[in-house]
Design a protein around this ligand. Structure first.
Ligand code: URP
Ligand code: ZN
Length: 439
């Protein structure tokens, strides 16, 4: 099948141009000023931008917290992703304590069957030992290029010495080991303080996780990476103070990649005073408007590399598990469908970042960091035909009822946004047409 996208403006990280794009099979075969092939199916992209398919570096579908399980599985989560222009999600295949990496990878591939878009996994290591260290080689053969460890959550967290050993090993085999950076000891002590004062409402969550809890952990992770001779990837950076720590490490000559999320750009801690505050309970928590501003600046200066959603959705009934105790509220929110709209509205249309940076932050940088470039992350001949036709003048007010994810809320409820993934091509096939999923 041949598809020709005509009259659009192709946007890659290095520039934009009026070009037609020819797709043959699953690949882009030509990007030229004018392509006329009578037998090709034509998509008119006049007035639209043509982006490389967006890559979400951070989702949690079908995640079992022990107390409850995410509202979205891979079926609903990837359908929502695709409607937002995301053609690839990177989720987390999480090792169970006592289990092997291979078991985890197989289990998560099983969960991901029937996904609507491309998916890959970072492997989350929770139980480090010598056989896991050996297994990392096997994982490389299976296409795993990245790992993650957590400094928090009782079932997942690892100690500094383990982080050091795992990072050294990751560096040896050319993999990247990312980190959820929060200081567990501090946040435990601060949580106890809140509870001792009978502060059990959602405000206890941000109070027990102030910016220093993140910044100290970022600093420590980056020092461990320095010692291990490893590159670093900070997931869901939420604070200006954390960004400053990353600047210090870069000044020392370290390779540091940074990811932030839309919620840390467009929402702030004022939300915890609202009646439905449980909806905003996530880790790290929402921060100050000054953090929003400095993170946008970090994107504008290309100090921040990627934008993941950390989509980890729970219904309001699930959130109510913590009605009497904020520590029992399942952490996370839904955002996989709205990432590009939020970046476009509050970043591009506000003249903070450019369309080219949108291509970089939402697609190319992730493709480069996680070993998918140049198959993904760029519109050029030979690349995978994962493409978003972005209609800039579509306006809407976000509400969960119009989003495809499977839970009854979104932290971005009521926000007015512009831009729509009007059509999405996935591996050479039209997956979304006029904002509607085709399968
Ligand atoms: O609150 C969050 N972010 N939940 C998902 C798990 C994680 O910490 O990334
Ligand atoms: Zn996460």
């Amino acid at each position: 099948m041949r598809i020709c996208i005509k009259n659009g403006i192709v946007v890659n990280s290095n520039g934009r141009m009026h070009s037609d794009v020819l797709i043959e099979g699953a690949k882009i075969s030509a990007v030229e000023p004018s392509i006329d092939l009578p037998d090709a199916q034509t998509i008119d992209a006049r007035g639209c931008y043509v982006f490389p398919g967006f890559i979400d570096t951070h989702t949690h579908f079908d995640l079992d917290l022990g107390t409850t399980i995410t509202a979205d599985d891979f079926k609903t989560g990837t359908a929502a992703a695709l409607l937002g222009g995301t053609t690839t999600v990177l989720d987390f295949a999480t090792q169970t304590k006592g289990g092997t990496l291979l078991e985890a990878l197989n289990q998560w591939h099983e969960k991901a069957k029937g996904s609507s878009c491309n998916y890959g996994f970072h492997m989350a290591i929770t139980d480090w030992n010598s056989s896991v260290s050996k297994e990392m080689e096997v994982m490389r053969e299976k296409g795993v290029t990245s790992y993650k460890m957590y400094m928090v959550y009782p079932a997942l967290r690892v100690e500094d010495g383990t982080i050091y050993l795992a990072m050294k090993r990751a560096a040896e085999i050319g993999a990247l080991l990312g980190m959820h950076c929060e200081n567990w000891g501090l946040l435990e002590a601060l949580t106890k303080e809140q509870l001792a004062l009978s502060k059990t409402d959602p405000l206890g969550h941000p109070r027990s996780r102030p910016a220093i809890v993140e910044a100290e952990a970022v600093s420590r992770y980056l020092r461990i990476a320095e010692l291990a001779g490893a590159s670093a990837y900070v997931v869901h950076l939420s604070t200006a103070e954390g960004l400053r720590e990353a600047r210090h490490a870069r000044k020392r000559g370290q390779k540091v990649y940074l990811e932030t999320c839309p919620q840390y750009l467009v929402l702030d801690e004022g939300r915890y005073c609202e009646a439905d505050a449980a909806k905003y309970i996530m880790s790290p928590p929402l921060r100050k408007p000054s953090d929003n501003k400095l993170l946008w600046e970090g994107l504008a200066q290309n100090e921040i590399d990627t934008l993941g959603t950390d989509h980890c959705s729970f219904t309001m009934a699930q959130k109510a598990l913590g009605a009497d105790d904020f520590t029992k509220i399942p952490n996370g929110g839904a955002g996989v469908q709205v990432r590009a709209m939020l970046y476009f509205t509050f970043g591009v249309l506000s003249n903070i970042v450019t369309l080219e940076q949108m291509a970089a932050h939402l697609s190319e940088n992730a493709a480069r960091i996680f070993g998918m470039y140049p198959q993904k992350g760029i519109i050029q001949a030979g690349a995978d035909a994962d493409i978003v036709i972005w209609k800039p003048d579509y306006e809407q007010r976000l509400t969960y009822t119009k989003l495809a994810h499977a839970c009854d809320n979104t932290p971005f409820e009521g926000m007015a946004v512009s831009g729509l993934a009007r059509d999405v091509i996935l591996g050479g096939e039209i997956a979304v047409q006029n904002g509607t999923l085709q399968k």
